[in-house]
Design a protein around this ligand. Structure first.
Ligand code: GLP
Length: 264
């Protein structure tokens, strides 16, 4: 695991975008796993600007989003479909046929739909680079505490805390969905490489548990310790509760010296 400490959220977005861009240049057919929320917005803005200023080309890339609220149609401004299109896809040259976001439509057979989502990830060759944010309770995607560390894409019930945290994206009075369709922790761990971003003091406790705590289904992000290629990119506020910050800085310096390819 690499822990990259940055001064602020802008630098977190720039570092994540730098890695996505270099992965995409190395492999134009990159399969990306994408996340919503306020944290990755800076990364998307930076990628859009690299598309315009440096011709970063998404035309052959494929994407799979982590999750979607249950019961929100794609045209709802609160849906993750809307978020992804308005914040990113509409501003770069991603081919619409290559974009996959779980469909939050109400249906009868969720498990058949979710199995199909899993199959489409497999038939695209699996996810090369997964982007994640983290919830205050340590969730990744919408894998709330006590999600199985082997879970796959499925319908998940949201905690009160998550519903309240995401209230900021909903107009006053609008009912917030109580469930979502989310990739599972097992799905996420199958990605070849994972970048997890966190900014702000409100994430410090979750980040410390994910990086330095025991692996536990109470903190979904701690399962990332099982993955061989995970990079945490976090700002000073989110790193606040980590006890080994100096060591992480030294690891980074030594990585730059001996195995710089790991940072690209
Ligand atoms: C939601 C999303 C997560 C995201 C989290 C944190 O619950 N399902 O993927 O990481 O919120 O969001 P924010 O970045 O806005 O703090």
């Amino acid at each position: 695991m690499l822990v990259v400490l940055k001064e602020n959220s802008k630098e977190v977005g720039q570092e994540a975008a730098r890695i996505v861009a270099s992965s995409l240049r190395a492999n134009p057919k990159l399969v990306l796993g994408l996340a919503t929320g306020s944290t990755p917005l800076g990364m998307y803005e930076e990628l859009i600007s690299l598309h315009h200023s440096a011709g970063l080309d998404f035309s052959q890339a494929t994407s799979f989003n982590l999750d979607e609220y249950l019961g929100l149609p794609p045209e709802s401004p609160q849906s993750f479909h809307y978020f992804m299109h308005s914040s990113f896809f509409a501003k770069v040259n991603f081919s619409p046929a290559n974009i996959h976001i779980p469909d939050g439509a109400l249906r009868k057979d969720y498990s058949a739909y979710c199995d199909e989502y899993e199959r489409s990830i497999k038939s695209a060759g699996g996810i090369d680079l997964q982007i994640l944010g983290i919830g205050r309770n340590g969730h990744i995607g919408f894998n709330e505490p006590n999600s199985s560390l082997a879970s796959r894409t499925r319908l998940k019930e949201l905690t009160r805390e998550t519903i309240e945290d995401n209230r900021k994206f909903f107009p006053p009075g609008m009912e917030i969905p109580e469930c979502a369709i989310t990739m599972g922790i097992g799905t996420i761990l199958d990605a070849r490489r994972i970048l997890i971003l966190a900014t702000g003091k409100s994430k410090a406790a979750a980040v410390a548990k994910a990086i330095e705590g025991p692996i536990s289904s109470s903190v979904s992000a701690s399962a990332l310790q099982l993955h061989p290629d995970v990079t945490f990119i976090i700002d000073e506020d989110a790193a606040y509760a980590l006890t080994q910050r100096d060591y992480y800085r030294r690891v980074l310096e030594l990585t730059r010296k001996y195995t710089p390819e790991k940072l690209d």
